[in-house]
Design a protein around this ligand. Structure first.
Ligand SMILES: C[S@@+](CC[C@H](N)C(=O)[O-])C[C@H]1O[C@@H](n2cnc3c(N)ncnc32)[C@H](O)[C@@H]1O
Length: 253
């Protein structure tokens, strides 16, 4: 591995590299993808395409279902930041990203969305009575990814959405390795303190200087604890059960 690249710095001493202003500046200078065309080129060069012709969707119904996926905050933040690249970490069946996609179209933004999810569910979705049936296990495996893609196709959003079926931490490292930064990152993946803390640490450096990160379920004690520790309570704004951290206003401690 090239020891001079930002990613190698991340690999060697993750915590110190992420905390390092020098590292972040080096990473941002080295980024290759800030808009649709650049993102398309870098992803295509790594074999990541929006071609679902090999996916058997013949038994898959496009059913949208989520939690608070169309609240006013999405339109407010898209209006404020007018993102070229928006990364969503935790997509499920696509209700929130497809809502943001519809808002972006209405606002005539040229936003391209990256969706990072294992499409395998989180611990509470495997164990709690309300979400568990939505996993619709087939042969022991959730059918979420196929339902998500069926929804993306049904909403005519294929060109505007790139799925990365990968863990959130591997997703952040993939974006860093490919030199992708985002104007907005929406965190709605795992909800336990350790994983949320790691997501905050890995995704915060991937936000453009004038961008922001926001997330759902601040009313979950573990999410709240991770967000408060990472940003400091006074550095975030709250709206309903969402938290928002604007890069221009926050310096992680
Ligand atoms: C609450 S759902 C997302 C809901 C979606 N944002 C919406 O509003 O419709 C959480 C999603 O995060 C994914 N997830 C949980 N932990 C993850 C992790 N560590 N890496 C990647 N995806 C994860 C799950 O597979 C699930 O699809």
């Amino acid at each position: 591995m090239d020891k001079s690249s930002p990613f190698s710095a991340w690999c060697i001493t993750p915590a110190r590299a992420l905390a390092s202003r020098t590292w972040r500046e080096a990473f941002l200078q080295d980024t290759q993808a800030h808009d649709r065309q650049e993102l398309h080129e870098v992803l295509a060069a790594h074999g990541i395409k929006q071609d679902y012709s090999m996916l058997d969707l013949s038994r898959t119904e496009p059913v949208l279902q989520g939690w608070g996926s169309d609240r006013p905050i999405f339109e407010r933040l898209l209006t404020e930041f007018r993102p070229k690249i928006l990364a969503e970490v935790g997509t499920w069946r696509g209700a929130s990203v497809l809502h943001m996609h519809a808002v972006a179209q209405r606002l005539e933004l040229d936003t391209v969305f990256i969706c990072i999810d294992t499409w395998c569910g989180s611990a509470e979705q495997w164990t709690e009575p309300e979400p568990r049936p939505h996993m619709r296990l087939e042969g022991g495996f959730p059918t979420l990814y196929r339902e998500f893609i069926a929804n993306v196709i049904a909403h005519n959003a294929v060109r505007d959405i790139y799925p990365l079926p990968i863990s959130s931490s591997a997703g952040a490292r993939t974006l860093a390795r490919l030199g992708v930064t985002a104007d907005l990152i929406y965190l709605d993946a795992a909800h336990d303190e350790e994983e949320v803390s790691l997501d905050l640490k890995l995704y915060w450096p991937l936000i453009q200087n004038d961008g922001a990160m926001f997330g759902h379920d601040y009313d979950w004690p573990e999410v709240k604890a991770a967000v408060d520790v990472y940003f400091g309570r006074t550095n975030i704004d709250l709206e309903e059960s969402y938290w928002i951290a604007r890069r221009s206003q926050v310096r992680p401690r």
